[in-house]
Design a protein around this ligand. Structure first.
Ligand code: MF3
Ligand code: CO
Ligand code: CO
Length: 289
């Protein structure tokens, strides 16, 4: 669709196209002619969308801060879930995992060799030495924010601590690789390089994702890749970066009984950190962490 320069912009800002996304479209069209894969307009958040996503993010970050404050040896993953549920609804949000494709609880809790999608369990007691990922997603006014953190329960082994720390550095390296008008492949390349340098493997069966107006949107954000390849990253895109890094082999299997929890095939440890970020004209803004 070609908009005239005085029409209202397609992004819903109410501004004239020439004062809003006309320049953005010109840049995208040139890149497309150069053979680049470019984002579509539905991947671009309006100021209105961002207003609600920021509110969802504030609740989500608060829920994870609360977990950070309360988590301790002897606590069950079911208790973590209850903390997240209560905090989220008390602040006017909805925990997105609850009922999502049949998921039974309000967050994911993935312990040790569990890679992701661990189901909180009232019988699962966290013990000294465990490492656990708590992954929260909040819906507010129909908008989503998604983040996860690792927690070390009491004293953990040197090896476990190093995996947790390097995985966070991998997420940060992925975020640092994001440039407006850069490439999606820059993110995966940065993560992969750091993980491999540390002797770890990168999970490829799951990735980050567009988020904001829905739980999982395009694009799929690979945590491996080649610099300069893949979709162009344009201002207005909101997506997660959430590398899962394994101590041993990258291969996984899914729990046949619950259909959700994925584990490392070799039984070694896995860690994950996740942030939701916005690409801006100048760089990035972290929305949820
Ligand atoms: N929060 C996860 C993600 O980062 C998705 C969890 S899906 C659920 O994308 F159903 F398990 F909640
Ligand atoms: Co996510
Ligand atoms: Co998540």
């Amino acid at each position: 669709m070609v908009l005239s320069k005085n029409s209202p912009c397609w992004c819903g800002s109410g501004k004239k196209y020439k004062h809003c996304h006309q320049e953005w479209d010109n840049t995208v069209n040139v890149l497309k002619l150069q053979g680049k894969k470019v984002p579509t307009h539905d991947m671009i958040k309006s100021e209105e969308d961002l207003k609600w996503i920021r509110k969802a993010a504030k609740i989500n970050t608060g829920a994870l801060d609360l977990v950070a404050e309360k988590i301790h040896p002897g606590m069950t993953t079911g208790e973590i879930d209850k903390l997240v549920y209560d905090y989220t609804v008390q602040h006017g949000g909805i925990p997105a995992p609850l009922g999502y494709e049949g998921f039974p609880r309000s967050c994911c809790t993935s312990v040790n060799d569990e890679v992701c999608h661990g189901i909180p369990d009232d019988e699962r007691v966290l013990e000294e030495g465990d490492i656990v990922n708590v992954d929260c997603t909040t819906i507010f006014h129909g908008h989503y924010a998604d983040a996860s953190r690792m927690f070390c329960i009491g004293r953990v082994s040197e090896d476990a601590k190093r995996l947790v720390d390097v995985t966070k550095e991998c997420m940060e390296a992925g975020i640092a690789a994001v440039r407006p008008w850069g490439h999606l492949g820059d993110i995966g390349a940065a993560i992969q390089e750091l993980a491999h340098k540390n002797g770890y493997s990168v999970v490829v069966d799951y990735g980050g994702h567009g988020v904001g107006n829905d739980f999982h949107e395009d694009p799929f954000v690979y945590h491996v890749g080649i610099k300069g390849q893949g979709m162009i990253l344009a201002p207005g895109m909101v997506f997660t970066i959430e590398p899962m890094i394994n101590e041993g082999d990258y291969r996984l299997y899914i729990d046949a009984d619950n259909g959700w929890t994925s584990y490392t095939e070799d039984g070694k440890l896995s860690a994950q950190w996740e942030n939701t970020i916005l690409v801006t004209d100048k760089g990035i803004e972290k929305l949820a962490w």
